[in-house]
Each structure stands twice: as C-alpha cells, then as structure tokens.
Design a protein around this ligand. Structure first.
Ligand code: PHE
Length: 450
C-alpha cells in the first residue's frame, strides 16, 4: 500500500465535494432539456419520485460501504464479501465501475470543453475578435480537441493535489460560486419577455408524455447519472468521510442539494427557451417537438444571447462559466475513481497515477472525437443509461444481501449512536434489499420489451 489515505476535513468540505460531484452537466444541461421534451412538470415529478425512492437509498449504499472499508470500490466490495465467489464478483463489479467512470469522463471532457470554448467566446466577442469567436463556437475537430485537452489538464491538476488540497479545496471554492451565478441568471432570465410561457411549460404537467414508455428508463438513468451513482464515485468519496459523521444526514443533504440545483436549472433553461422563441429564434423542430439536448444549449441559447446585445455577452459568459465549474467539480470525482484504485491496489504514487490515467482517458476522448457520429451517442447510452443503473443494482445487492446486517448497523452507529431507533434504519435496509433492486430490474425489463 502506498501513501496514507486522505480524509475530508469537515462536513462542509464533504458536502461541497459530493454535491460538486453530483451537480454537473447532468443537472444543468441534461435534466432541464429532458424535462422540456418529456412533459415538463410531469417529468419533474417522475424524476423527483425516483431520486428520493431509488437514488437516495442507492447513494447511501455506496457511502456506507465506502466509509466502512475506507478503500476504493474494488477492495471495499471484496472486504464485505464472506466467501471467494462473492469476493470475485464484488471485485469485478468494482473494476467495471472504474472502467465505466473513465468512459463517462471521456465524453464528459468533450462536452465540458465546448462549455469552456463558449465561455471564452464571450470574452473574444467583447474584444471584437470575430474570427476567434467563430473558431471557438464552430464545431471543428481542432476546437474540440484543444478544449477537451485543456479541460482534462484542469481535472488532472486538481486531482494530483489529493483529497483535501485538491478535491475539497476546489469544490468548496467553486460550488458557492456556481450557486450564486445560477441564482443570478434565473432572476435575470425570469424578467425577460416570454419567460412566463416557459415557466408554464415547466410547471404544468403533461401526464400523457410522462407515462410514455421509455420515459421512466430515461428518468431513472438521469437520476442515477445526476447523483453520480453506480461507478464507485460516491463510494470513494464516502471512504474519505470521517467516522464521526452521521451518514444518512450527510447523504440526505447531498441528495437535496443535487435535486434543488436540477430543479433550479429548469427555472433557467425552460424560460430561456421561450425568451428565445419570443425574440424570433426557432425552438420547435419541423415535427412540432421542442428542440432539446445539444441543439438547445449550443444553438438556441447562443442565438438568444446574441439577440440581447451587450447584456447577452455578459449573460453568456456567466452561463458557460457556470457550466464549466459544474463540469469540473464532477469530472474530478470521476477521475478519482481509477486513480484511488491504482494508488491503493498497485502502490503507485498519486502524481504518476493521475498523469497516466488522465492521458489514457484523453486518448479515448480523441478516438471518440475522430469517430464522433458513431461513438459519442453510443458511449453516453451504454455508460449512463445501462451501466450506471445496473451497477447501482449490484451495490444495492452487496449492501442489502451480502454484507452482514450487524456490521452494517455498527458502521452507522459510529456517527449516530441511536441509529437503530431511527426511521432510516427501519426503512432503508429492507428498501435496499428488495425495493431498489426489484424496481431497477422492472424498469429494465420494461425497456427491453419496447
Ligand atoms: N453527476 C454528474 C452530473 O450530473 C455526472 C457524474 C456521473 C459524475 C458519474 C460522477 C460519476 O453531471
């Protein structure tokens, strides 16, 4: 074993780091755009329901296993297994998790690079450098490659500093900034003409759309992606929490921050779309559906900002800066998964481990960029829609069935002596044993039948 393990220095530090991991492009980009095209408030309700009933219990499974083992997912799942077969399956699950985390980072860094480029484009606009702005906002291999590399370098820089000096310090600085810029943007956009129409779409449920087959799988994937579940991220962050901490409470706070920011981002993105419509930008496709996902952020919003003149440049700067910060506090948590494993299992020092793994993932991103049409959507679907919930399913089985209930209770007692009398202990174990795995499987079965 190499260097001693890191630990978050305070509850605030942990919550900022874990909420930083959870709050990312999934919240500010994915959630509002999916809500926009899937029945507005109805999608919101399905999402909220799944987040509290499925994602929170699964998050707790990861946090508790991580804190108990004080180790990465591979060795943690092995530690709680009573026999050889379960130990191998647990180790295998951890390894698949770290591979999936690395693939998520490989597409995430590409998208985050676009955010960074658009953020800089606001500055070059301000300086009147039209040609530079065009290069920064046009979809080209060179632009994509350069900004993916810059973003990866930032991620590598933070992770090479370790848990307290890197993850905790930067999350505690960036998260308050993110919240502030989000709130300012929401207030501003809500004052513009057309915003109220967007608010109506967001808040009035269209249940017919929300019950459409396929939507629940999407909402489940969105909830798991949003809380960074299934790939060992929350497990490794849990392993850096002090034994004095009350886990159900901190886990609850992280879930709450994550959901609140997703919901808040909806108050920005949907009204902004209708403000754009009001100023002549097309937001519906030929078929009458709402334009969403990448088209929304990279075509509709910039057009909206353009139509706002000088104020638009400021808004664009703040918006894409916000997206970049959100992405960075998440990307560091993805990189920490393979890095922690390599340090702990193979005795490599942190800096070389971070460099080699970061470079390998950047190489994968480059391959995706070279075969964009074929690979980009595929990697996203395989990692987030299928792998994350299925791996989350395995973590629930390990917390609920494989791990001995007494050891689990002892782990929870560390930060809360009377936990066995709490509502959490009355509900959660049964929940994570039966309800979570069953629902995840049912949702999958339904998606396969489509
Ligand atoms: N939760 C992040 C988001 O919402 C994405 C993420 C997935 C982070 C998996 C870490 C691990 O954007």
């Amino acid at each position: 074993m190499a260097s001693p393990r890191g630990e978050f220095s305070s509850r605030f530090g942990f919550i900022m780091a874990a909420a930083g991991s959870a709050v990312g492009l999934g919240n500010i980009w994915g959630f509002p755009t999916q809500a926009a095209s899937n029945g507005g408030a109805a999608f919101l309700l399905v999402y909220l329901f799944l987040a509290f009933t499925l994602a929170y219990p699964a998050l707790m499974a990861e946090l508790i296993i991580g804190r108990h083992a004080h180790a990465n997912a591979v060795s943690a799942l092995r530690q709680i297994s009573p026999n050889r077969v379960l130990r191998s399956i647990g180790g295998g699950t951890g390894v698949i998790g770290l591979v999936v985390a690395s693939f998520i980072l490989s597409f995430y860094a590409i998208v985050a690079g676009w955010m960074l480029a658009h953020c800089l484009a606001a500055l070059t606009d301000l300086a009147g450098m039209g040609a530079a702005s065009d290069w920064l906002t046009d979809f080209s291999f060179s632009r994509n490659l350069v900004f993916m590399l810059i973003f990866m370098a930032l991620t590598v820089g933070i992770i090479s500093e370790g848990v307290q000096q890197g993850i905790e310090r930067w999350s505690s600085r960036l998260m308050p900034l993110l919240l502030l810029s989000l709130v300012l943007l929401v207030i501003y956009v809500l004052t513009l003409d057309g915003a109220m129409e967007g608010l109506r779409v967001y808040l009035l449920p269209d249940f017919e759309r929300a019950l459409a087959p396929g939507l629940i799988v999407k909402a489940l994937g969105a909830a798991f992606f949003s809380l960074s579940l299934g790939v060992g991220t929350m497990l490794i962050y849990g392993s850096y929490i002090s034994d004095r901490e009350n886990l159900p409470v901190v886990g609850g706070l992280v879930t709450l921050v994550d959901i609140c920011i997703a919901v808040l981002a909806g108050f920005l993105v949907l009204p902004a779309m209708y403000v754009a419509l009001n100023s002549g930008v097309e937001i519906f496709t030929a078929g009458g559906a709402l334009i969403s996902e990448d088209t929304l952020i990279f075509t509709v919003l910039p057009k909206l900002f353009d139509s706002m003149g000088l104020a638009g440049i400021g808004v664009s700067l703040v918006f894409f800066f916000l997206m970049t910060i959100a992405a960075l506090t998440s990307s560091i948590s993805m990189l920490e998964v393979p890095v922690a494993y390599t340090i702990e299992e193979h005795g490599v020092a942190r800096k070389p481990a971070v460099l080699v793994i970061g470079a390998t993932i950047a190489l994968v991103s480059t391959v995706i960029l070279l075969n964009f049409e074929a690979l980009f959507g595929l990697v996203i679907a395989v990692t987030t829609r299928y792998s994350q919930p299925l791996l989350g399913f395995m973590f629930c089985l390990y917390a609920g069935w494989v791990w001995h209930r007494d050891t689990l209770l002892q782990e929870l007692r560390k930060g809360n002596a009377g936990v066995e009398h709490s509502l959490f202990w009355k509900l959660w174990p049964g929940y994570v044993r039966v309800f979570c795995p069953l629902i995840i499987l049912l949702i999958f079965a339904q998606s396969l039948l489509e």
